[in-house]
Design a protein around this ligand. Sequence first.
Ligand code: GLU
Length: 444
Amino acid sequence: MSINFKNFVKQVSVNNPNEPEFLQAVTEVVEDLIPFINEHRPDLIDQKILERMVEPERVVSFRVAWLDDKNEIQVNRGFRVQMNSAIGPYKGGLRFAPDVNLSILKFLAFEQVFKNSLTSLPIGGGKGGSNFDPKGKSDQEIMRFCQSFMTELQRHIGSETDVPAGDIGVGSREIGYLFGQYKRLQNNFSGVLTGKGVQWGGSYIRPEATGYGLLYFVQCVLDYHNDTMEGKTVSISGAGNVAYYAAEKAIQLGAKVITLSNSQGTIYDKEGFTLEKLHFIAGLGRDLGKYAKKYSSATYHAKENPWQFKCDIALPCATQNEISEADAKLLIKNGCKIVAEGANMPSTAEAIKVYIQHKILFGPGKAANAGGVAVSGLEMSQNAIGQQWSSEKVDHRLKLIMENIHKTCVRYGKDNNGFVNYLRGANIGGFIKVAEAMKAQGVV
Ligand code: GLU
């Protein structure tokens, strides 16, 4: 008996109509898993492990009604996708953005299962959020929205059930308001959310973790290929938390970072950013154009993404499907050798085909950006034992986790000719542990 790739994908698409992002994420994973299972693990076929993994354990969708500053009623939709709890409580961020829908959250929750498994920490996979757009909202509106959102979510989560965190549109401010409301309703101070402030149960290095972890992963890739970061030209997209700390660490490691961007445009600085320039960007808000007015080495490119500029390493840190097939071809034409994803699924399926065909060293998000959730896992450990570790200790553990993820990718992704297909390595490496746990726990 064997699994047929085409039939499997077709069935998933029939079962999940109008969910293109979810189908994209599933296809990207099972393209590697099905040949592996057919050849090496026929026992997992009878167990219907893959069929079970693409079905969320639970999905909740709920109304979030709140009052805006004009005292008008606003209505949004909230979700939590509890994808897989075979190796630990559901874990994954909350995203507040106008394009949030079930397809996007199911793709993110599915990716999270593999990512969390790769960290080697005992955390399952989930994701949630709302189509609420935080842009242009007052602080009071954000607070009222978060309180209403948590009033429903609190009955579905818990420090040993499901532990949400931040994602796009959810940072330390939102985690604060969500945590305050949870504690008030449950009368319980527990590690139910991660990304908390360091004064009230948070972990040092959590804000930096995704960006720093991404660079530690890239360092492993370079080291494995007898190379270093020193003098490399790096293009980064995004201007949020992940992009910012990725840029900071890349600069500290001796690289030249030439771009940052948001949905309105890209800044390109031919001399590269310094830590001081980065600091200036952090204070700009959404108007990145102001940077080029201050620094003559820079230009601002409205409505353009960063992939047209010559670089050695590309780090997409903005959002899903931000690198098209044409962008991927342009990157390669300009000499890019490494693409590592700080965002979740920023490369389209077509772009990934281009990378693999041209033997680009491609670190998929589930491996390369796992540092964020890894430090969330460390935050859970600290909460569970009532301690707070130093930033040096957390940073050191983050580095070890990223090295370990790199090792797992090499173990399962190395071709006979020595080329490392990191995507296959991450897919298989993340899968094995979850599959074994599901098999051991019976038909649930
Ligand atoms: N949203 C982040 C991710 O995509 C972090 C999740 C978490 O810390 O739970 O992995």
